[in-house]
Unconditional design. Structure first.
Length: 278
């Protein structure tokens, strides 16, 4: 099946358009009928492929009853739909929604996640996650719960069959986040996760010294219909890299990390040993 010509921004616009169509109680066919368009035109927009002028998009949003300030935001996003790569700033703290990530996780074929100093979001227990969130971004208890619930919800996509490889530095597993009880609970959870048929956990041993992933953590996603992308999360922003050069560079890092990390069985044995040593 050929890959769709689209970008992260274009697909984000498509997801937003599907949302406003649903809120208006309209299908693509119904919206096209109102505007006397071919249904494929609305469908292409909803799939992030473009195919309409800015004025036509404004008319479609008007049919859906979108308010003026939201129309301006969506039109700005539509105008940028062909730009590859996206640095999304979230404000004072990391976004609780992570909507862009979730939309791509829903359709990802494979996920490769590398982390240097903590267990990746997708494998964290609820208590471990709250310790990480409260340490990095002090907030009210309600806000912490909301952000933790959002991140925990992302873990559901691991259950849906996406092939996942997690490469984690050994020192991340030795860091006693939350104290002995939370630490032990997290290691026990990793042992359970490693038994899932679509999950492989590989540990990069500390004795490797300098390694290809020292620039920091990232998540690479591949798709059946789209080109690969890499998600890099910072304290208050997300970077989505999708240019060919950027993806090739990250693929070299992934290859080097996998070459130097322990295999799945040996990694599992190390996690068990760390747990037993507590």
């Amino acid at each position: 099946m050929p890959m769709r010509i689209s970008t992260v921004r274009g697909r984000e616009f498509g997801a937003e358009l599907r949302r406003v169509l649903a809120a208006a109680g309209l299908t693509s066919r119904q919206a096209a009928g109102i505007l006397e368009w071919d249904e494929a035109k609305v469908s292409n927009l909803a799939n992030g492929k473009g195919g309409a002028s800015q004025l036509e998009v404004a008319l479609l949003l008007g049919v859906c009853g979108v308010k003026s300030d939201e129309v301006a935001r969506l039109l700005s996003l539509y105008c940028e739909k062909n730009q590859q790569g996206w640095w999304r700033q979230h404000g004072a703290r990391s976004s609780a929604g992570l909507r862009t990530v979730v939309e791509h996780l829903k359709v990802a074929k494979t996920m490769t996640c590398w982390h240097t100093h903590m267990v990746p979001h997708f494998l964290q227990t609820a208590r471990y996650m709250r310790e990480v969130l409260s340490a990095s971004s002090p907030a009210s208890s309600h806000e912490l719960d909301q952000r933790a619930d959002t991140q925990l919800a992302m873990q559901a996509f691991i259950q849906q069959g996406t092939k996942c490889t997690f490469v984690i530095h050994e020192l991340a597993l030795r860091l006693p986040v939350g104290g002995p009880q939370v630490h032990a609970e997290q290691l026990l959870s990793l042992m359970s996760s490693a038994n899932r048929p679509n999950v492989e956990i590989r540990i990069l041993p500390a004795e490797c010294g300098a390694h290809a992933g020292m620039a920091g953590p990232f998540t690479r996603l591949t798709f059946d219909k789209y080109k690969p992308l890499v998600w890099v999360e910072t304290e208050n922003s997300s970077l989505f890299a999708e240019t060919d050069d950027a993806i090739r560079d990250y693929e070299r890092v992934v290859d080097a990390l996998e070459e130097n990390s322990l295999d799945g069985d040996t990694s599992r044995q190390l996690v068990v040993a760390l747990y037993d040593a507590l």
